[in-house]
Design a protein. Structure first.
Length: 202
């Protein structure tokens, strides 16, 4: 006759089955034990909503909201500086070219030196450029600032996404990155609406 498996340690104190008639109950007990262990792992080691993950997601929401805030306002700003329709396209293109060119560079530096310093530097540069737009008085200066802004955007967004992927438990990575991406989608809606409201209020 085969040996009887030991009861689940999470059910300590409960009587174990002693006869063949209790095998069904033992199987149910082992299933209950597995579910308890899975639940403990889910809320413990695999906990998603940590302080770091929440702050990273909120930071991404604010960062992307700032980016989308400029979409409806940049064409008006270019024309206010005396620019042409072509300059509106250049202002967008220069930003995008800088972001595309520096993303691979940012990724390599992040792997070599860590996420935190480049995340802070990217966010600081991005915020500084947002503030500096108020001091620009010529289209040429605007295009230069857009390039620098694109560099800050490349480092900030690459570092934020890498940090979020590091924070999320491997067992819940798909779910975690879905929530992180939701912050960017909300920013896509909130940024332009906030910009339009600001322009309307004058």
């Amino acid at each position: 006759m085969g040996s009887v498996k030991a009861p689940c340690p999470m059910d300590a104190g409960r009587p174990a089955g002693k006869t063949a008639g209790h095998r069904s109950a033992q199987r149910l007990g082992r299933g209950r034990c597995a579910r308890k262990k899975a639940k403990a792992r889910y809320i413990g080691v695999d906990r998603l909503w940590t302080r770091s993950f929440v702050l990273t997601s909120l930071g991404s929401l604010l960062l992307f909201s700032s980016f989308y805030l400029l979409l409806p306002t940049m064409p008006l700003f270019v024309k206010e500086l005396g620019g042409l329709e072509a300059h509106v396209g250049l202002a967008t293109g220069v930003f995008t070219i800088a972001a595309v060119a520096f993303r691979p560079v940012a990724g390599g530096l992040l792997d070599r030196y860590g996420r935190r310093p480049f995340l802070l530097a990217g966010v600081a540069l991005f915020a500084l450029c947002m503030y500096a737009y108020g001091w620009i008085g010529a289209v040429g200066a605007l295009l230069f600032m857009r390039f620098v802004h694109g560099v800050g955007w490349a480092f900030a967004t690459t570092a934020a996404a890498s940090a979020a992927a590091d924070i999320v438990p491997p067992a819940r990575r798909g779910e975690g990155m879905g929530w992180y991406g939701l912050a960017q989608t909300l920013a896509m809606a909130a940024g332009p609406m906030l910009a339009t409201w600001t322009l309307a209020e004058g």
